[in-house]
Design a protein around this ligand. Structure first.
Ligand code: ADP
Ligand code: MG
Ligand code: ZN
Length: 595
């Protein structure tokens, strides 16, 4: 494996022509530069584009890892037009989304490129027409859906083309879709592994923005072992990152409006977890005079296209959307991406925030997260009957990593993101106070607390009440000594440690419980309810007894804001000696429900 890795935080929006000057000359080098200028009307290459182009023209298998908006398309579109490479013929592009294919083919046609697509949405006539063009060796690029590429007609036709030496390369765009470890698994993509056996001498180029090691390993199965890897830094210097713990519905809503007011006349995206959340939020914002609309998988194609176009043209300020709004969207001047609730995975978070600021200008990524979001996501995974045990655990780990990122109030967000994607961290300050943690570091006092006594009390308490199948919220209420009707009726006011958690803040207890869940000291089990809402109940976890026996020490970091309350180590009423913070700057709220 040859790795061409970025050696510094380069701005992906800037052409890197300088660095390209020292590259070796190939028989195709002049063609490449001419095509860049005449067809694509671009002045230079970005980091690793030319390297990847040369590698595929040289007949190598290539894996391109570049963040969203980094310029992956050029890495296969340009070589498709160069006829002086080691292989000639058509470039066969597998792409997961019909809308994505359509956009790219249209853009290529505008540039005068001979490109077509073949998928199930075409009329029989168009399909036949495009097939004839393809099998008559009339095309430079053909986009095919993963479903159709394995159909007999298609495969036989491709084999015939191949026998005449008329397939130049196979392109697997959005290659993370092959991996069930990723955030966007497509079963038909997994079957692309067969391509390298069917067409052993045709170079394959796979491209993705998702680069965790598990996903990468799955992509590599589609490629030959000596493939070349080109990786661009995932740092997005012009994006700023901010997390707000969502505690109260109204203040979240007001904070969102503040952001939209700040960017009046500019465009943004507001990601919501569910379809109904998109609709509710959009309705509310509309009523308050904002030009917004909603977008999700439940809309018909016509509405989706309409909303996307209105957003693209700037006629609406923001779209309230589920993750269905994403792939293939290429608006350069998105100034803010708001997550109204926590995304499922860091990959998803990176992709979604990555849609901001493609033009290289400063843009904001703001997330409102809550413990309820976290529990709802965990529960949805538990209730997904199609998951195997192993997959379920893995998905829960992904959600936990996401929660850990949210709850981390100490480390640089930018560095956390880069290390999540296994990127060697650059030296020096690459953040320059563009994330909340770096910005507020001087104001904070960080203390590490031994919370073993609290953990013990919670395990004992949970063991006592778990038979009644109660939620984390209920457990926190019991620990804090609430005497609401349900608690008294169930006799939970007689639970061990009842009321001992009174001096602790609600959000600190939420953090503590999610920490204990992560460490297997507690565990969550989904509860079937009449409603479609997922509710998780809390039980003693596999490591619970070890905590009770004093065999596990539990530590957590807490942040206190210096100045206002000093190092407020709140002593609990009991023997517990944990400290927890008192003051927060984030908007406060605390309800079960969505935003
Ligand atoms: P990705 O597939 O990596 O998300 P795209 O290939 O869609 O990104 O490219 C994103 C944007 O960057 C497009 O608008 C494209 O025209 C632009 N772009 C790509 N390469 C260059 C370059 N060398 N110089 C200037 N702009 C580029
Ligand atoms: Mg792309
Ligand atoms: Zn930072």
């Amino acid at each position: 494996v040859v790795q061409a890795e970025a050696d510094g935080p380069a701005d992906p929006s800037q052409p890197a022509t300088q660095a390209n000057k020292n590259l070796p000359k190939y028989p195709w080098s002049n063609d490449v530069v001419n095509t860049l200028k005449s067809t694509f009307r671009l002045s230079g290459f970005r980091q690793n584009q030319l390297e990847a182009i040369n590698a595929t023209l040289n007949g190598s298998d290539v894996l391109v890892l570049m963040p969203t908006g980094g310029g992956k398309s050029l890495c296969f579109q340009l070589p498709a037009l160069v006829k002086s490479g080691k292989t000639t013929g058509v470039s066969v592009v597998v792409s997961p989304l019909l809308s994505l294919m359509q956009d790219q083919v249209e853009q290529l046609k505008e540039k005068g490129v001979k490109a077509e697509m073949i998928n199930s949405q075409l009329s029989a006539d168009d399909k036949r027409l495009n097939r004839n063009l393809l099998f008559g060796n009339q095309l430079d690029l053909v986009y095919v859906s993963p479903e159709l590429i394995r159909s007999d007609g298609m495969l036989n036709g491709l084999k015939r083309l191949h026998s005449k030496g008329q397939i130049a390369r196979i392109v697997i765009d959005e290659a993370h879709c092959v991996s069930s470890w990723g955030h966007d698994f497509r079963p038909q993509y997994k079957e692309l592994e067969f391509m390298k056996e069917e067409f052993p001498d045709v170079p394959i180029i796979a491209l993705t923005a998702t680069a965790t090691s598990l996903v990468k390993a799955d992509i590599r199965r589609c490629l030959r072992s000596n493939c070349l890897e080109f990786k661009q830094t995932f740092n997005r210097p012009n994006l700023s990152y901010q997390m707000w713990r969502a505690k109260e519905k109204n203040s979240v809503y007001n904070s969102m409006k503040d952001i939209m007011d700040k960017y009046r006349g500019k465009t943004g995206i507001i990601y919501c977890r569910t379809q109904s959340q998109c609709e509710d939020l959009a309705k509310k914002l509309k009523k308050d005079g904002y030009r917004v609309d909603y977008y999700h998988g439940g809309l018909d194609t016509e509405s989706r296209i309409r909303v996307q176009q209105q957003w693209q043209s700037g006629r609406i300020q923001a779209v309230c959307a589920t993750v269905a709004f994403g792939m293939g969207i290429d608006k350069p001047d998105v100034r803010y991406v708001i997550h109204a609730s926590m995304p499922r995975t860091m990959e998803g978070y990176y992709q979604e925030t990555g849609r901001a600021g493609r033009d290289g200008n400063p843009s904001e990524c703001i997330m409102f997260y809550s413990f309820q979001d976290f529990m709802a996501l965990m529960c949805a995974i538990d209730r997904d009957k199609d998951l195997t045990f192993q997959r379920r655990n893995h998905q829960k780990e992904l959600v936990s990593s996401m929660m850990q990122y949210c709850e981390n109030e100490i480390d640089c967000r930018r560095l956390m993101i880069l290390s999540y994607f296994n990127e060697t961290l650059p030296k020096g300050d690459i953040c320059k106070k563009t994330c909340d943690n770096c910005r507020d570091r001087a104001l904070k006092n960080i203390v590490t607390s031994d919370i073993t006594p609290i953990a013990k009390e919670l395990v004992a308490l949970v063991s006592y009440v778990q038979g009644d199948k109660v939620t984390a919220g209920h457990i926190i209420s019991v620990y804090r000594g609430s005497r609401i009707e349900k608690i008294v009726k169930l006799g939970h006011d007689r639970a061990p440690a009842f009321g001992n958690g009174k001096p602790l803040q609600q959000h600190d207890l939420e953090r503590i419980i999610s920490h204990l869940l992560r460490r297997g000291i507690l565990k969550d089990i989904p509860k079937e309810t009449a409603m479609r809402n997922a509710i998780a109940t809390i039980h003693k976890g596999p490591n619970g007894d070890a905590v009770l026996r004093g065999q596990i020490k539990v530590e957590m970091q807490f942040v206190t804001t210096s100045g206002r309350s000093g190092s407020t180590a709140t002593k609990t009423k009991s023997k517990s000696t944990a400290s927890a913070s008192k003051s927060r700057q984030s908007p406060n709220y605390d309800t079960q429900d969505d935003v």
